[in-house]
Write a protein that binds this ligand. Structure first.
Ligand code: AKG
Ligand code: FE2
Length: 313
């Protein structure tokens, strides 16, 4: 894991860049904010910019920046992303994530997820405790590739922590930490798997897509996996999923995000999940902002035939 902790002076500088951005943001327009954030990112502390540039160039699997300044008057944790959207809760923090995210790539969203928003809220919602979405709490979120079903899934899932009072862990397993038996590796490298949209997507094609688990360079493999939203196309492939899930679980590490931490999870090299926790709905619950980042938005424009950052809009 690559980690940078901002100094007090760097935090102040970061805050000033944020002040400049928020001062001009009366009417929120996420697309316009992406552009302004990308421009303002050049005013961020040099050490931070260099750190993110290196993380991107070296394809760092897990990258953490600590000490992002949060608004001392941060709103209470909303009881669902829809409420956060309505009340603009944590807007300043969304800009902080867009600022850092622009150094790693291009922000995008999904028409089928959180109403096409660019920056998502990850907070527990009443009635969703046992769901297989980020709004859950009581249930373990199993290790997964974000949006595993889609060819344009993110290169990085980035999370900015606003609150995490019970030190709930985000679980991660890196592909390069695994010792996969050769036979299993061979099966995972074949197009014998089907991937489905997860429950956070409403209205996406339920038929899903087929593909391999392991792909890319043999010596620097990428992978995609989500035990809850994939199936084997034949019994041997199904067994391979079960075996892989066991290996992934046994190798899992945890990152406990503290307020002001951003983690960039490389969605090609790392699966992530979350430990269960008790939601209290008292305004102090765990709360993250989430941003999907692709390394080149034009791959999406070229394939969709539309110049839109929102997939499926
Ligand atoms: O809450 C977390 O730590 C991760 C949740 C998650 O999987 C996500 O937001 O994509
Ligand atoms: Fe996720």
């Amino acid at each position: 894991m690559h980690k940078l902790v901002l100094t007090a002076e760097e935090r102040q500088d970061f805050d000033r860049v944020l002040d400049g951005l928020t001062a001009t943001a009366d009417d929120w327009d996420a697309m316009e904010a992406i552009g302004r954030a990308a421009e303002a990112a050049h005013e961020l502390p040099l050490r931070l910019r260099a750190f993110l540039a290196r993380a991107r160039a070296e394809e760092s699997a897990v990258t953490v920046v600590s000490g992002i300044p949060l608004d001392p008057a941060l709103a209470p944790t909303p009881t669902g992303w829809d409420l956060a959207a309505k009340t603009a809760a944590g807007r300043r923090e969304e800009l902080a994530l867009l600022l850092c995210g622009s150094a790693m790539g291009d922000a995008f969203g999904w028409a089928s997820q959180q109403d096409g928003r660019i920056v998502h809220d990850v907070c527990p919602a009443p009635g969703m405790e046992g769901s297989l979405t980020s709004a859950s709490s009581a249930k373990t979120l199993s290790l997964h590739t974000e949006d595993v079903f889609h060819p344009h899934r993110a290169d990085y899932v980035s999370l900015l922590c606003l609150r995490n009072p019970d030190a709930v862990g985000t679980t991660i397993t890196r592909i390069d930490s695994l010792e996969l038996p050769e036979e299993l590796r061979a099966i995972l490298s074949q197009e014998r798997f089907r991937y489905y949209p997860d429950d956070s997507h409403t209205g996406a094609d339920p038929a899903g897509t087929t593909g391999r688990v392991l792909y890319g360079a043999e010596r620097f493999p990428y992978f995609r996996f989500d035990v809850d939203f994939m199936s084997g196309e034949d019994p041997e492939a199904a067994d391979a999923i079960t075996a892989t899930q066991e290996i992934l679980g046994a190798a899992a590490d945890r990152v406990v995000l503290a307020p002001g931490d951003i983690v960039f999870v490389d969605n090609y090299q790392v699966v992530h999940g979350r430990e269960p926790f008790a939601a209290r709905y008292d305004g102090k619950d765990r709360w993250l902002k989430r941003l999907n980042i692709t390394r080149d938005i034009r791959r999406l424009y070229a394939d969709s035939g539309r110049r839109s950052r929102i997939i499926g809009a």
